[in-house]
Ligand binder design. Structure first.
Ligand SMILES: Nc1nc2c(c(=O)[nH]1)N[C@H]1C(S)=C(S)[C@@H](COP(=O)(O)OP(=O)(O)OC[C@H]3O[C@@H](n4cnc5c(N)ncnc54)[C@H](O)[C@@H]3O)O[C@H]1N2
Ligand code: MOO
Length: 402
């Protein structure tokens, strides 16, 4: 048997010359989760004018400690007129600071007697003032290309009055299931058959990674049908994924079909779960390469493979560096385990302990036990030939998307 390969080697082969999907313009209302195809420059200063951070009184700081007539009332949204020295203005949070004033004192520190306010002493210039352009300066980089538009970025765009953005088209993905024993939920189950749990699990993960699922199909158990299914998938998808049939079994039409249509490399990786992996290319309708990834059938191997391989690939297809790399967190084990020749990706939950983050492992880490993935926060990466005891330091890959 040939030597098991490192996961990093398969990842570089998978990501080699992947080009991002074409750009398209979408309304900001529909842009959540999409990746910017080009950088956006700010057109406006935010805030657009100096304004008050408090409900209180605006004045010149050299007038602090005095009794001043209240000569203006400035609410948010109303224009302010210049303020003469020796006077102050009633002002509300977000109200425009009047020219001539340079600080605001919150109302809790002020005593009011009719139209006169008693102001506290020693107010520094700039106190409680939100300066024009403090958040964003006009002409500066608002968001870089490759930014995945989540809540704050969408707020930033709206703050500029922007209504449309140029983003990467969602990668179109075909998800194929192999295996005669696999049945869709809803159909009756005969002896020896199992329901297809990989399909909805991968569909959900892929959607979280930004995919548009264009085809969900089962691969027929004959050579011609398998070839037709793969060829049809490559006509409409940027990425074709299959599950099952990548180990050493004999019932494998996918391998033959891929080899005749395009190209296929079978990898045996030094990881657990997810040892077998198929990487290939199919010809697309415009002669372009359509990537093929064949994940192992075991549900946990699929889950782990999706995070290790599909997420970076989806990042590359969308030109999104943040998706391409899983964040690493140092944690302390609260379990013991030992590995053999394969690196183990254990499903763990993370919690804050007295000395930092603590990783708790699900009890049964077998690759058929999908309950070990429910609620998993991270994959603890245990190197090959290693013994781990409670308290030992671990590297964890955080299973987060945003
Ligand atoms: N002689 C060897 N046997 C196996 C090896 C090996 O090196 N030598 N590797 C083992 C490892 S590790 C894995 S992982 C699996 C991978 O097998 P395949 O990718 O060929 O997958 P299948 O045999 O088709 O299925 C494995 C397992 O998963 C179930 N399955 C498949 N699809 C689904 C689905 N959509 N939903 C739920 N469950 C699914 C299937 O019924 C099998 O139980 O090979 C080992 N064997
Ligand atoms: O590599 Mo397999 O995914 O352990 O069961």
């Amino acid at each position: 048997m040939d030597e098991l390969k490192p996961v990093e080697a398969a990842l570089s082969a998978l990501l080699e010359d992947v080009t991002p999907t074409p750009a398209e313009t979408v309304p900001c209302d529909a842009a959540a989760g999409r990746v910017l195809a080009e950088a956006i420059e700010a057109r406006l200063d935010v805030p657009a004018f100096d304004n008050s951070a408090m409900d209180g009184y605006a004045l010149h700081h050299l007038d602090a400690g005095q009794r001043l007539p209240v000569v203006q009332r400035i609410v948010a949204g109303a224009p302010a007129t210049p303020l003469a020295r020796g006077t102050c203005a009633r002002i509300f949070t977000g109200g425009a600071l009047p020219p001539g004033a340079d600080c605001v004192v919150m109302q809790e520190r002020v005593t009011r007697e009719g139209d006169v306010a008693h102001l506290p002493a020693d107010l520094p210039a700039g106190d409680n003032v939100r300066r024009r352009g403090r958040d964003v300066a006009s002409g500066a980089r608002l968001l870089p290309a490759g930014e995945r538009l989540e809540a704050a970025a969408l707020g930033h765009l709206a703050g500029q009055g922007i209504t449309e953005v140029v983003v990467r088209r969602r990668p179109r993905v075909a998800l194929l299931s192999t295996g005669d024993e696999i049945v869709d939920p809803g159909a009756p189950l005969c002896d020896g058959q199992i329901y297809n749990s990989n399909r909805p699990m991968l569909k959900r993960l892929l959607e979280r990674f930004g995919a548009e699922l264009v085809r969900l199909a089962s691969v027929p158990d004959d050579a011609a049908g398998t070839r037709d299914t793969l060829a049809a998938a490559a006509r409409e998808a940027d990425l074709v994924i299959s599950t099952g049939g990548v180990s050493v079994g004999e019932e494998d039409h996918v391998k033959a079909a891929l080899e005749s249509l395009g190209q296929l490399d079978l990898w045996r990786l030094a990881i657990r779960p997810g040892k077998p992996l198929a990487l290939g290319r199919l010809p697309g309708p415009a002669g372009q390469d359509v990537r093929f990834v064949g994940l192992p059938g075991n549900p946990v191997s699929c889950f782990v493979g999706a995070w290790l391989f599909l997420r970076p690939l989806m990042g590359a297809l969308q030109g999104c560096p943040a998706l391409a790399e899983l964040p690493r967190l140092p944690a302390q084990a609260d379990f013991s385990t030992s590995t053999g020749p394969r690196r183990h990706y254990m499903r763990v939950t993370l919690a804050f302990g007295e000395d930092g983050i603590v990783a708790r492992a699900f009890r049964d880490q077998n690759s058929g036990v999908l309950s070990s993935c429910i609620g998993a926060d991270a994959l603890a990466e245990i190197p090959a030939e290693t013994r781990i005891e409670p308290g030992d330091r671990l590297d964890c890959l955080w299973l987060r998307v945003d």
